[in-house]
Structure formats: structure tokens, C-alpha cells
Ligand binder design. Structure first.
Ligand SMILES: Cc1cc2nc3c(=O)[nH]c(=O)nc-3n(C[C@H](O)[C@H](O)[C@H](O)COP(=O)(O)O)c2cc1C
Length: 439
């Protein structure tokens, strides 16, 4: 589902907030986005950038992914697992809307790239999906935040060891790159996944939903044909300061020496829409957390019957998960805890619940902890473990892997007769309409 179809879908569902008044991409846009976090918002006018609109919250709800993939919310995890297992090579078209307009000259300062926070290092592209080719593994796509340096250059954050960083480290010259903004939802989801290095994420995207590609004009790379805006250029080996910038955790990330990206060509759709993604907002959280759910699911399923996984937004959609199991053996809860940590190495806290607990409802999960969990019996604590560099409370030593303490709570009820007394009392359902109550 491309961004324009998403806007139409959200509008028809009454799930789109439209702002007609001009909003300034310099700080004001981020404040409005923050106040409306979790909702789809279309900004019809941007101060100082006539002809441009902006969209936010494209991935802010699980329902948006479900609509894009044409399935129910609980099935998104299975569709992701299926696409990971069966990628499908997308077709390359001769014509693509992303090249409707070719800018005569590259000038990044003429684009409505927002400044999100007064302490930021500069104006930032946050929803850019970078396409590169690794000399050994082939095509790779992933998100990289980009800080505007001047008319033609960005500083790109390349996390060490990930696909783009690895490919960049292999070449002595510049690494050709294409950056697509306003990608279809299935591309955004695939870009946030970490399949084995030789698996093409655009083929995962195409397995999720049709994703035609378009050849770039100046680099030997392909981009989603239905993206709104494309930067073509190269990642150089010149380093410059990047940051500070808010991270997924909602805390400020530090300044680092990062590669300079030079942009040689800009193409876009007519009447383009700019995708602004609030750092630390719901969209960022969903895109980080949801791709970890199938990997946790698969790991837990190896040791017991897993029925669902939710990487929760309260845990920054990275550090906390709720795992739902159909318990068949006394030790299944503990086994699930160990397996969940294997399924997502940055996971810090996990709660395991039974199938009668709604893993998307924090109050229901807390209820399970309150009524089914005893710390001296059901708590697993693992000290001095490899952890997430995003966790400010973990032990961070420069040049070394972050260390942390992990905790798993087995909040499942006992099996068999011992389960009596653990079941939730259910009242029968009624049709409130019959009582004159409209909802
Ligand atoms: C919204 C968003 C922003 C991200 N920003 C960055 C970034 O600036 N740099 C980076 O290296 N990874 C970033 N990531 C993570 C990568 O996109 C993600 O880890 C990807 O799976 C890496 O896959 P790879 O190892 O195949 O390259 C971001 C992810 C999301 C969802």
C-alpha cells in the first residue's frame, strides 16, 4: 500500500487528521506530530515550502500494517514470517511515479526536511530507506537517519555491523546509494527487518504486497516505483559529526563521527508528499518492534506452543515483550523466557502469559502478573548479559558490547486441577443498543 492509497484508506475509515493551516517544518511540525502521536496526519501546507504536503503516522498503528497487507492485526506477524521464509523478486518497471519530476539541480535546503527538536544537530530525514548493493551479498535496504549538512550533503548514521555499514566497509571508493522517502508500508516494514545478509529485503516487501521497482537515473540501483521522493548519490569515506538526535528510547543520542553522503540527483512525484517520522514516536516504535515479533515467535515455538508475541511500546518497542503460550508442560513458561531472549538479543524484560490474557492490553498483562506470578518461584534473572546499546541504564563501555541484566516473568497459571481459582470470571455479553446506550 503506497502512501497515497494509505491516505485514501485512512480518510475513508475516518482515521485521518487533516490540517489545512500551514505548519512550519522547523520545530512546529514535530510538536504537532507529538501531540497527535499514534494517529495518521496529513499536513496540507508547509510554511516556506509551497507545493509540498507532509504525512505522519503512516505506521503508527498495527491496523495500518494489517490494511496494507490485507489481513487481520494478529496475522501480521505470520505474514512477516511467511515473507521472510519465501521472498519474491519484484518486477522492474520502465515507468515509475517516483521519477515524474527530476530536479534541475540538487538543493536539499529547498525540501521541507524538518528540524524536530531545538537540541538536534540539524534538519533530519527520518523515514529514508537506503538501498545499496553489497559486493558479496547483493541488494540491502535499511533505514538511516540523515542530517542535512548543506545543499548537496547529508551525514548518515550507519549503525556498526548492520548491512549498509558492512558494505561501506568493504569498498575503498564511494558506495552508491539511493534513498527513498514515502515508501509503501510493506517496504518500510521490510527495511526494518534483519534477515540473513544475502536476503534481499525488497523481495521480502514484494512477498508482503506488490512492490514494483524503478531503475535509478545515475546509480545502478532500483527503488520502490511508488515512493514520493528519491535521492541518488554515494556514501563517501569522509567522516563528519552527526547528532545529537532523539533515539527510539525518547532520550538524546550522542554526537558521532559518521560518513558524509553526497546527493547527485533528486527525483519526485508531482505534488509530492513528504513522510515525516517522529523519532521515538509510535511509528518509529512499531517499525522497530514489530519485525522482532516473528523471530521471537519462531524461537519460542521451538520449545513450546507460542500463540502470540507483542513487543510493547512502553518498553520502547525494543526492550520489552509479552509472549503468549498454550502451556502444556510445567516448565513451558521458563522455557519460553529463555527462548524469547534468543529470538531477540536486545530483549531485556519478558512476561509470559496464557492464551486467556490479551497480550495487547497492558492492564490484562499486569493482571496476570498480579494473580499468577510469585517472584521467588517464577522469576528468571540473568546477570551480565549482552544487551542493547539503546538502554541508558545498561553498562556501556566504548568499543565493547553493552552489558545488561535480563529478567523474565513466568505469569502463566499452573496446569490441571491446580489451575482452578486462576481463571477470570466471565460475565455474559449484552447488546448495549437495547438499553439506549450508543457506543
Ligand atoms: C525508523 C527507523 C530508523 C532507523 N534509523 C537507523 C539509523 O539511523 N541507522 C541505522 O544503522 N539503522 C537504523 N535503523 C535500523 C535499521 O533500519 C534496521 O536495523 C535494519 O533492520 C538493518 O538491517 P540490515 O542489518 O539488513 O542492514 C532504523 C530503523 C527504523 C525503523
Amino acid at each position: 500500500m503506497n502512501v497515497r492509497s494509505f491516505i485514501t484508506w485512512a480518510g475513508e475509515k475516518g482515521a485521518l487528521i487533516e490540517i489545512e493551516r500551514a505548519v512550519d517544518p522547523h520545530l512546529e511540525l514535530a510538536r504537532v506530530m507529538c501531540a497527535l502521536d499514534g494517529q495518521a496526519v496529513l499536513f496540507h501546507a508547509l510554511t516556506g515550502f509551497s507545493g509540498w504536503r507532509a504525512v505522519a503516522g503512516v505506521c503508527a498503528r498495527r491496523e495500518h500494517f494489517a490494511a496494507a497487507l490485507g489481513c487481520a492485526v494478529p496475522d501480521v506477524i505470520h505474514r512477516m514470517a511467511d515473507a521472510l521464509a519465501h521472498p519474491s523478486l519484484p518486477p522492474v518497471l520502465d515507468y515509475g511515479p517516483c521519477q515524474e519530476v527530476t530536479e534541475e539541480r540538487v538543493d536539499l535546503t529547498r525540501l521541507p526536511i524538518p528540524r524536530y527538536h531545538p537540541d538536534d544537530g540539524g534538519r533530519y530525514v527520518t523515514a529514508g530507506v537506503a538501498v545499496i548493493k553489497d559486493p558479496d551479498f547483493g541488494r540491502n535496504i535499511s533505514f538511516h537517519r540523515l542530517m542535512v549538512l548543506d545543499e548537496t550533503r547529508f551525514a548518515a548514521r550507519l549503525v556498526e555491523g548492520r548491512g549498509t555499514h558492512t558494505a561501506w566497509g568493504k569498498v575503498t571508493g564511494d558506495l552508491p546509494v539511493a534513498i527513498a522517502i514515502d515508501c509503501p508500508i510493506q517496504v518500510l516494514l521490510a527495511a526494518a527487518m534483519s534477515p540473513p545478509k544475502d536476503v534481499d529485503e525488497l523481495s521480502i516487501a514484494h512477498a508482503l504486497a506488490p512492490t514494483p521497482l524503478m531503475r535509478c537515473q545515475t546509480v545502478d540501483l532500483e527503488v520502490p516505483a511508488e515512493a514520493e521522493l528519491i535521492f541518488e548519490g554515494r556514501i563517501t569515506h569522509t567522516l563528519t559529526e552527526e547528532g545529537p538526535f532523539p533515539d527510539l528510547t525518547g532520550t538524546m543520542d550522542i554526537v558521532r563521527r559518521q560518513p558524509v553522503v553526497i546527493i547527485d540527483r533528486i527525483t519526485h512525484r508531482r505534488d509530492p508528499i513528504f513522510h515525516a517520522l517522529l523519532p521515538g514516536g509510535m511509528e518509529h516504535k512499531n517499525l522497530m518492534g514489530m519485525p522482532r515479533e516473528p523471530t521471537i515467535f519462531a524461537a519460542v515455538n521451538e520449545v513450546c506452543r507460542c500463540t502470540g508475541v507483542h513487543v510493547t511500546p512502553g518498553g520502547t518497542s525494543w526492550l520489552h515483550a509479552v509472549v503468549q503460550i498454550e502451556k502444556q508442560h510445567r516448565e513451558d513458561g521458563r522455557r519460553a523466557i529463555w527462548a524469547a531472549f534468543r529470538g531477540h538479543s536486545s530483549l531485556k524484560h519478558v512476561v509470559v502469559v496464557d492464551t486467556d490474557v490479551d497480550l495487547y492490553d497492558p492492564a490484562d498483562v499486569e493482571w496476570a502478573i498480579a494473580t499468577r506470578f510469585q517472584a521467588d518461584r517464577d522469576l528468571v534473572v540473568l546477570t551480565d548479559q549482552p544487551g542493547s546499546s539503546l538502554d541508558p541504564s545498561a553498562t556501556q563501555t566504548p568499543g565493547q558490547k553493552t552489558r545488561t541484566t535480563k529478567m523474565g516473568l513466568d505469569a502463566t497459571a499452573p496446569l490441571g486441577k491446580a489451575r482452578q481459582g486462576y481463571e477470570k470470571v466471565r460475565y455474559g455479553s449484552v447488546d448495549l443498543g437495547q438499553y439506549g446506550i450508543k457506543r
